[in-house]
Design a protein around this ligand. Structure first.
Ligand SMILES: NC(=O)c1ccc[n+]([C@@H]2O[C@H](COP(=O)([O-])OP(=O)(O)OC[C@H]3O[C@@H](n4cnc5c(N)ncnc54)[C@H](O)[C@@H]3O)[C@@H](O)[C@H]2O)c1
Length: 381
């Protein structure tokens, strides 16, 4: 159903991220949308919003905002554990809802939000997977949909640029604990890259993982390696580290017909003149060679400036969601896809903390729920 008129948004949680969404909406950076109300259980956050925009209605209770705020849509930007209950409440109040990532902490909870959304087909449920708006990943998606790489041989995903110091962890709050956020580097930061991975190449069949806490006094992981296996036999080696200076951000997908390499700001696509299958079938030498056409793409100065101006890639998802409500354009990041990267994360924890055994998909939700209970119980906070 297309929404007539300006979409009136409410935001639940106006801390670090929610206040950026508030600013983007209040300053008119999202065409066809306006900020009507915000809710936060911490009144100092509400006072801050009101000092900038006195006309915005403020609430301490989201149920009250949903019933009285005259809203069309809600953005949920509270800590992860509360996402699903607020998403469900918004849907039950007849409101479109855009949830911050991760969809939840456990696949069992994330499934509850999906089930509720299916009961309200007239309402949109989206997730803030803003890295899907990065044009390098979007180009890679197009290439893979066109089967430009052919059969995939291997994937490397290295994400070691989410550096977090002990000072960051000592600031406290809900972050970096099993009780407060249900994990560390994976659930908070790498959920973005794991979503991109599955968005581009689909879900693996299984994985084996190692997760450790190194060089920091925290109870959750900041050092992870996982080997994911895919139906065609290809593997992805995923490395994530939060204590490495000058870290890397690299995604490489090598196929029979070509290869994609994406760094933080630059992408290279090689289109082979001959596929490896053809080279192997025809060469009379012991080694293989082909020429290749090279295409490069940068993150783009326009994108970087847009982000500086609008405080982040996240504004692109707000625009996409609003366009979906107004014009029926397909959602770039539908809420029900939030469970996929979360499944990979739950599987990594299951493997890493139960003897590095291979976990196959779909993850057993109750098995992960049990593991999380025991991880929380061990946590001495
Ligand atoms: N998309 C991104 O790139 C991105 C970046 C940063 C954070 N996030 C996500 O945004 C969420 C919030 O992160 P943050 O860094 O803004 O945290 P934060 O702690 O700075 O803000 C959370 C706010 O929610 C409020 N809150 C908590 N429970 C509430 C409730 N029941 N009702 C109303 N308000 C409530 C808190 O008072 C706080 O002001 C997290 O899930 C995080 O993963 C996403």
């Amino acid at each position: 159903m297309k929404h007539k008129g300006i979409v009136r948004y409410g935001i639940v949680g106006v801390g670090r991220m929610g206040s950026i969404h508030a600013r983007n909406l209040a300053k008119g950076y999202v065409k066809g949308a306006m900020l009507a109300a915000v809710c936060d259980s911490d009144t100092t956050k509400l006072n801050k919003i009101q000092s900038h925009w006195p006309d915005i209605a403020v609430y301490e209770d989201y149920a009250k905002m949903f019933s009285e705020g005259g809203l069309d849509a809600v953005v949920v930007a509270t800590p992860h554990y509360s996402h699903v209950q607020i998403v469900i409440a918004a849907l039950q109040a007849g409101l479109h809802v855009l949830s911050e990532k991760p969809a939840s902490v456990t696949v069992s909870e994330a499934q509850r939000a999906i089930d509720e959304a299916r009961k309200h087909p007239e309402l949109a449920y989206g997730i803030m997977y803003n890295q899907r708006t990065n044009r390098m990943y979007a180009y890679a998606k197009k290439l893979l949909e066109q089967n430009a790489l052919g059969d995939i041989k291997r994937i490397t995903l290295t994400v070691t640029d989410w550096y977090r110091s002990q000072f960051y962890y000592d600031m406290g709050g809900w972050r970096a604990s099993w009780k407060g956020e249900g994990g560390g580097l994976l659930i908070n930061q790498c959920v973005h890259q794991l979503d991109i991975l599955q968005w581009l190449v689909g879900m693996p069949e299984g994985l084996t993982a190692w997760a450790e806490t190194r060089n920091r006094k925290i109870t959750v992981e900041n050092d992870v390696v996982a080997v994911m296996d895919y139906k065609n036999g290809a593997k992805c080696v995923f490395t994530a580290i939060g204590h490495e200076l000058k870290g890397s951000n690299l995604l490489e997908i090598a196929g029979d017909k070509g290869k994609i390499t994406i760094g933080k700001f630059k992408m290279r696509y090689l289109r082979f003149a001959k596929s490896e299958t053809e080279v192997n079938a025809t060469t009379k030498r012991g080694y293989g060679f082909t020429t290749a056409k090279k295409k490069t793409l940068t993150y783009g100065i326009g994108n970087a400036l847009n982000e500086l101006h609008c405080w982040g890639q996240q504004v692109n998802i707000l625009r996409d969601f609003t366009s979906h409500l107004r014009f029926g354009t397909p959602l770039l990041a539908p809420g029900e896809e939030g469970i996929k990267a979360l499944s990979i994360i739950n599987a990594i924890y299951l493997s890493a903390y139960t003897g590095n055994r291979r976990i196959s998909f779909p993850v057993d939700p109750s098995e992960y729920d049990q593991l999380l209970i025991s991880l929380k119980a061990k946590e001495n906070r």
